[in-house]
Design a protein around this ligand. Structure first.
Ligand code: HEM
Length: 489
């Protein structure tokens, strides 16, 4: 704890010194009165406290569960409040209307923002960091590869990966999160590159593991540091993607007008990028491919981990899910003759309402992306409050998902609450507006397919205590949910 506190102080100081040097100090409001004077007319800042100079309330945030920290603030100050973290003044928004204002209606006034070191590591031209025309262009290309029509062709591939993942876990004690990460990684790689180029994809996988190890390290680019190794791995990743691109170009399979329907990759993400009318550079493609892997893997894996925990703890719900999935299996076996191999199809995945509600409720309770970051590109007024240019703005998804006003008895895991659709803007597990998750259909599909196989053919039990959570960086059951999985004979 003491070490962590020290690290936070050091990070905050480094931030401060850096800002001084680069002269990029964001507009600072006085921390007491909450009014900005000068050329702007007098407008009130949102209520809230800014904490100590420079360090702000970073301490309080990290010394308690961040969700409790935000919930307490919301109780004191209301749905829109200010604070100060890691050297940045911030406005937190925790009502559906304010989240819609920031993410949807006035999205052009709030640009995405990430620490510069993360941007460098993922790739500065990746979709998350963009706004305007280039962002819209990238988004069309990503959506083309992940819209329902494109991913329905991928079910067989996803199912094969799910079956393989589960049989590799059979009879073992596993770290659920680690296994689900491997699953989500393999699905992401298949949807990006198709099924060819296996050896290059192995190389890419190894580089990605190195990148991952350094992702949350201190951004000190000196030989020997994890950060340095991660940056080297990042360059290597760019080279591997470039090699895959050039071998595709050579084999001439990416011309829009000469699709080979039998080619596994005719509708994968790389093809979508390579076929772009206004072509993208190899660097732009690499940044976006690495970005999509990053967005796709740990998110889906942590949702799956939470689902397996909730099902293990709620036998009646598990039974309802298993019955729904058994019914699909029985029906298929009748039609297709009692063979072992009867693949799921798109229509089957539409007959899983109970399972879908379990996924929805898990994403509400876990809210793995508790919030997201934006930055005001100019002074913005919201409900009489000023959000000054340069301030960070954080829509707090988790607070909205855990409001008893929108979700009665919010801490209770109760999938049946989704029998009635939630009110608009109260449920945003995939975000909302211009940057909402383009991978959500694929995420839901891969979760359904894995749940189909695990509930019809396996039994799993959690090892040790099921209490406790960790942040890694998404909220997760403690130790990644150690469990034992066994195939039903
Ligand atoms: C259950 C799993 C997932 C969850 C909960 C999730 C959640 C989210 C959220 C909340 C955002 C918006 C962030 C913001 O507004 O700042 C987002 C963006 C994004 N997600 Fe996902 N995601 C998941 C899976 C995936 C998958 C499987 C893919 C890719 C196949 C993916 C690709 C992306 C991309 C590329 C963006 C950035 C979009 C943009 O900036 O326009 N995600 N995701």
């Amino acid at each position: 704890m003491a070490l962590m506190a020290l690290a936070i102080v050091v990070i905050a100081l480094v931030f401060f010194v850096f800002r001084r040097i680069t002269g990029k100090r964001a507009t600072m409001a006085d921390s007491s009165g909450g009014e900005v004077k000068g050329s702007r007319r007098r407008r009130r800042l949102p209520p809230g406290s800014m904490g100590w100079p420079y360090i702000g309330e970073t301490f309080q945030l990290y010394s308690s569960n961040p969700n409790d920290f935000f919930a307490e603030k919301q109780r004191r100050y209301g749905a829109v409040f200010k604070t100060h973290m890691l050297g940045c003044p911030c406005v937190m928004v925790s009502s559906p209307a304010a989240a819609k204002f920031v993410l949807v209606t006035k999205a052009h006034l709030f640009k995405p923002t990430f620490p510069a070191s993360k941007e460098r590591m993922l790739g500065p031209q990746a979709i998350f960091f963009q706004q305007g025309e280039y962002h819209a262009r990238l988004r069309r290309l990503v959506l083309r590869a992940f819209m329902p029509d494109a991913i329905r062709a991928k079910i067989a591939g996803v199912e094969e990966i799910a079956v393989r993942t589960l049989s590799s876990c059979d009879g073992r004690f596993i770290n659920t999160f680690q296994e689900m990460k491997t699953y989500a990684f393999n699905v992401a790689l298949m949807s990006i590159f198709g099924t060819e180029e296996r050896s290059r994809i192995e190389e890419l996988r190894q580089c990605y593991y190195t990148l991952e190890k350094g992702y949350n390290s201190m951004p000190v680019n000196l030989p020997g540091t994890l950060f340095h190794k991660a940056m080297r791995a990042r360059r290597q990743l760019g080279l591997v993607v470039a090699k895959i691109i050039s071998s595709r170009r050579e084999s001439g399979t990416t011309d829009l007008h000469h699709h080979h329907p039998d080619r596994a990759h005719s509708d994968d993400l790389l093809a979508s990028f390579m076929e772009a009318k206004e072509s993208l550079s190899d660097n732009q493609i690499a940044d976006n491919i690495i970005g999509v892997i990053f967005a796709a893997r740990d998110t889906t894996a942590s949702v799956l981990t939470w689902i397996l925990k909730h099902l293990a703890e709620n036998p009646a719900i598990l039974q309802a899910v298993a019955e729904e999935q058994d019914e699909i299996r029985r029906h298929k076996d009748q039609i297709e003759g009692a063979q072992e191999k009867s693949d799921l199809n798109w229509a089957d995945t539409k007959k899983m309402p109970i399972t879908c509600r379990v996924i929805q409720e898990t994403m509400r309770v876990a809210s793995i992306l508790s919030f997201t970051f934006r930055e005001a590109v100019e002074d913005v007024e919201y409900e009489g409050f000023l959000i000054p240019k340069g301030w960070k703005v954080l829509p707090l998804f988790r607070n909205i998902h855990h409001s008893s006003h929108h979700f009665p008895d919010p801490e209770k895991f109760d999938p049946s609450r989704f029998e009635v659709a939630p009110k608009p803007n109260t449920y945003m597990p995939f975000g909302s507006g211009t940057h909402a998750c383009p991978g959500n259909e694929l995420a839901k599909l891969e979760i359904l397919v894995l749940l189909h196989h695990i509930t019809t053919k396996y039994r799993w039990s959690i090892c040790g205590s099921t209490a406790g959570i960790q942040f890694g960086p998404f909220v997760l059951p403690r130790d990644g949910l150690p469990a034992r999985i066994e195939r039903l004979r």
